[in-house]
Design a protein around this ligand. Structure first.
Ligand code: EPU
Length: 426
């Protein structure tokens, strides 16, 4: 297991490129199960989660490989319909193979994903969606077993809202299944996240008929078969946001190139409110040193285009240094606060009141040994380490490797003093 050693105090300066989005590439790879033709993702990021998805696809019978030019190519000419627990348990997004398997083979058996550090994370809405397409869905031996009616799935109408907003994963899973169903499927309260739109665009390139992606109502007209495609996924807005917050927390000047500023609207608004100057072009965003320090800035996480839950921990790290009190409220995963206790170890002043964290800014943080608990929490700890006095060690960095490609090298390129140390043990 590796850990990261960060020596704080350097103002970051430079340009870093956003990679392909993790949360777009995972469902796009799952979409390859819908066709016997090759699907190529030229800009698939080199992430542990992408390797896990490729492993699951191979276990299902697909050929999935990283080509010499860096693209990931998947060909699913013969597949089976059971996804094993050992692989599915590693990554929740692997549940996204259920929709395509069910549509293509008429049957799917996929291990029920467990909870995770930030809550229970049920899949009831996914299952409701499959039932709306005529599937029989049971839980047996810890697996979801879904069976399409004779003749295959049938288009239907389904509402995919939850008490915490629309479900991104369920919208994708049901959209994937509906592409090969007979007739028209209407998804109401569909998630509007750019990753959902990106998946729809990939499916359309494969021959699917989809309208309304990016809006709360998506209509899918089933087709008999889908073909292959080459689809570059959208740039990772969460990774881009993390680097921008890294710039802001160090009082530096960081430009993220190859990103979509439109996908970052809520974060850019927060920077503006916090007094962090932002410049942007067609495909880049740059943060500059705030004049007169950071202003305390409240955020509430919401479904897109609201402030993303996946940037909540990083924003909280930034607000630990603001000149006053900020409220950070989590509305998607009410228990996603694992980073809070670790930030306290750096001297941050934060207390939790229900689903809100009250963050009282302090002039300095002081380096410490920290343990990462999940992907975005780990990123927040690294950001705090960039500005803490002395040395911060972040342990269990395998969490960070799930979603950030070689984060230490890219932060080094901006001037950060950060290095990876291999513990040589498991
Ligand atoms: N929910 C239900 N029932 C369901 C599905 C979801 O109650 O059947 C609830 C969840 O418990 C949560 C809310 O609905 O409270 C939203 O969950 P959603 O289904 O939208 O989340 P997800 O699809 O499992 C994706 C991202 C997450 C991101 C969320 C929210 C992927 C692989 N994961 O998860 O990303 O936080 O959407 O935007 O796309 C991350 O990248 O670090 C990450 C956790």
């Amino acid at each position: 297991m590796d850990h990261l050693v960060v020596e704080g105090g350097v103002r970051l300066d430079g340009t870093v490129e956003a990679r392909g989005a993790k949360n777009a590439v995972l469902p796009v790879l799952a979409a390859s199960l819908l066709t016997d033709r090759p699907l190529v993702v030229p800009n698939a990021p080199r992430l542990a989660d992408v390797d896990t998805m490729a492993g699951i696809l191979r276990a299902l019978g697909s050929r999935a490989e990283r080509r010499e030019d860096g693209a990931v190519e998947v060909c699913s000419d013969t597949i089976q319909s059971e996804a094993p627990w050992e692989l599915v348990r590693k990554m929740r997004a692997s549940f996204g193979v259920l929709g395509p398997l069910l549509a293509r083979t008429g049957r799917a058996e996929v291990s029920l994903p467990g909870g995770c550090v930030f809550g229970v994370r049920p899949v009831d809405v996914h299952l409701k969606g499959f039932r709306a397409l005529g599937a029989r869905v049971e839980i047996e031996g810890g697996n979801v077993v879904a069976q399409a009616p004779p003749g295959g799935l049938i288009g239907g109408e389904v509402y995919l809202g939850t008490s915490f907003g629309s479900s991104v994963g369920a919208t994708m899973n049901v959209m994937l299944a509906a592409t090969l169903a007979r007739g028209v499927t209407t998804i109401q309260c569909a998630a509007c996240e750019p990753e959902v739109t990106d998946l729809a665009d990939c499916l359309v390139a494969m021959g699917a008929k989809i309208r309304g992606q990016g809006s709360p109502t998506i209509e899918i007209e089933g087709v008999d078969e889908l073909g292959g495609a080459t689809h570059a996924v959208i740039p990772d807005r969460i990774e881009a946001g993390t680097f921008l917050i890294a710039g802001a927390i160090t009082g530096g000047r960081v430009r993220v190139a190859n990103c979509r500023p439109l996908h970052l609207g809520s974060l850019l608004d927060c920077f503006w409110r916090a007094g962090v100057p932002v410049e942007r072009g067609r495909d880049w965003v740059e943060v500059r040193p705030p004049e007169g320090g950071l202003r305390p800035t409240d955020v509430t996480t919401q479904a897109y285009p609201g402030f993303p839950t996946d940037l909540q921990a990083q924003w909280m790290a930034l607000m630990t240094l603001a000149r006053g009190v900020s409220l950070v409220t989590e509305r998607i995963y009410p228990d996603r606060y694992m980073h809070l206790a670790e930030l306290l170890r750096l001297g941050a002043r934060i207390r939790r009141q229900g689903t809100t964290a009250v963050v009282e800014g302090t002039p300095r943080l002081s380096g410490a040994n920290l343990t990462a608990s999940d992907l975005r929490a780990s990123a927040a700890l690294v950001l705090a380490g960039l500005v803490a006095d002395a040395k911060t060690e972040v342990h269990r960095v395998y969490h960070i490797d799930r979603g950030y490609e070689r984060i230490e090298e890219r932060l080094q390129s901006l001037g950060a003093r950060i290095r990876r140390v291999s513990d040589g043990s498991q």
